[in-house]
Design a protein around this ligand. Sequence first.
Ligand code: G1P
Length: 289
Amino acid sequence: MAQKIRKAVFPAAGLGTRFLPATKATPKEMLTLVDKPLIQYSVEEAVASGIESILIITGRDKSSMEDHFDISFELEQVLKERGKDDMLQLVRSVAKLANINYTRQGEALGLGHAIYQAKGFAAGEPFATLLPDDIVDSEKPALKQMIDVFEKYDAPVIATMQIEGEAISRFGVIDAEEVEPNVFKVRDMVEKPPFAEAPSDLAIIGRYIFTPDIFAAIETTKPGAGGEIQITDAMRLLLKDRPFYAVKLDGIRHDAGDKLGFLIATVEFALKRNDLGPEFREFLKGLKF
Ligand code: G1P
């Protein structure tokens, strides 16, 4: 039987250059979609999928993430004194979400290198990895969709979605055979291929379930696209020795690390809110284009 997935890793050490100047002094993971920082969306997804323990891979100038998930004593005190019970509960619930650990990547040598920092944390167990830029809005949490497949096949699982046209070359891309509806056995994969060389329209989305043998594969992975140690290349090495599966996620994926993707996610999430949605919808309807 497949081991239970209890742990999740969040690579969050990137410099956020796509979002400058906002990310000069603020980690991009702390940019807010409506009223919640980006990283909290995927932490909540992980918790809703059964994850108990989280490791966030951070870098310099990113300590506001740690503060966000910690107890805020002064704030709680003030809210208590002012009788703002709802807000007090809200602030406390963030600190209670999960058991969160932090480690620093040091040099930013690529996603594979970032995930390698989780070797000790994983301690021989299979684990999930979530890229916080990728927000998946779905009924059943994206990671839970993947855990179900991991439990069935007892093998690593990648999230995938169809991407139309040339945009595919901004992703890792898999070549795969559908073995049951929306579940694929991976034949090959490549990181950010030119459009003409993409093996399919199935892009890798930032959710993975790895087995501990990924670490040895990362150790032998040479720098690839962009001169970085790519996790796609490490998975490709491992694919020679073991099967990999991919799940076509049921949901909408937003690239919140991109300015346009962030704006779209903001509008969609705001429209869904009971407290903001109706008025915001009226405002949008009244806009002149
Ligand atoms: C990373 C992965 C890529 C994947 C993408 C999903 O790329 O390397 O394979 O398709 O995330 O968002 P990045 O967007 O960090 O360059």
